[in-house]
Design a protein around this ligand. Sequence first.
Ligand code: CP
Ligand code: NVA
Length: 308
Amino acid sequence: MRHFLDIHKTDREDLRSIIDEARRIKDKRNGLPKAAPDDELPLQGRMVALIFEKPSTRTRVSFDVGVRQMGGETMVLSGAEMQLGHGETIADTARVLSRYVDMIMIRTYEEATLLEMAEYADVPVINGLTNRTHPCQIMADVLTFEEHRGPIAGRKVTWLGDGNNVCASFLHAAGQFGFDFTFSGPPPLDPEAEFIQFARDQGVRVEIERDPVKAVEGADLVVTDTWVSMHDPQSARERRHNMLHPYQVNAELMAHAKPDALFMHCLPAHRGDEATSEVMDGPQSVIFDEAENRLHAQKAIMRWCLGA
Ligand code: CP
Ligand code: NVA
């Protein structure tokens, strides 16, 4: 039984095999209607609980569709409507759910909730985003980059804006997949030192560059995300916007990256804030491929978790 909790907690060989498996799964489905089952049904007879303590479009739909294509069934649960949201412990919830379902995917606030769920569950637990990381997203992003540009190892990825949960998983991926990472944002929103250190310890170059133009020079991939994450207080919105405005990804900034640089955003986006529509809908943007690849990457993650 394997949990998928974070990219730095998963062996490199396993991460690579998940990406390769995702490509195989995607290629095999080429042209099939979305509701058509895969020709292999590794989740037949299995039930997967999808728990959401925060809103979601992509994670919810891609996990749900992915499980069904692999022959399994899902149960989508809102944290607020569970006893979990009314004082039952995570540990007890994990032990109870393990008697009914074969796998748990959880999107939550505190990382501690995810870790407690994994500690007490007898079934695999998958991280569907916490305040600190979003590993499924970055697996889809690595898959997306490699489909368009070949191996990500040795490339330069530049992150603009808030050093948030998605940025943290990118730093984990930099270390594990071997690419260089430049962060460009205001000092109060730097990624946590622990995430930077992990990547550096694996021997990749991590730079903090306050000048966004210098930061994107030589970049193979330019990435940004919302300026206000779901766990950020709305009261911080104006201050964040003021701090982050210089880091907007627009056509002028993209022109300083490599001519064939890709643009990514995990979505949902606030068009005109962290990125302009010109960039998001432009020829370098692969944002909807990223969204599609959540499906394929997570199917490979679920198969790895279950050894199926
Ligand atoms: N990128 C992502 O996780 O989107 P959702 O919040 O819609 O799931
Ligand atoms: N950083 C964003 C990602 C959403 C998928 C958030 O946590 O709200």
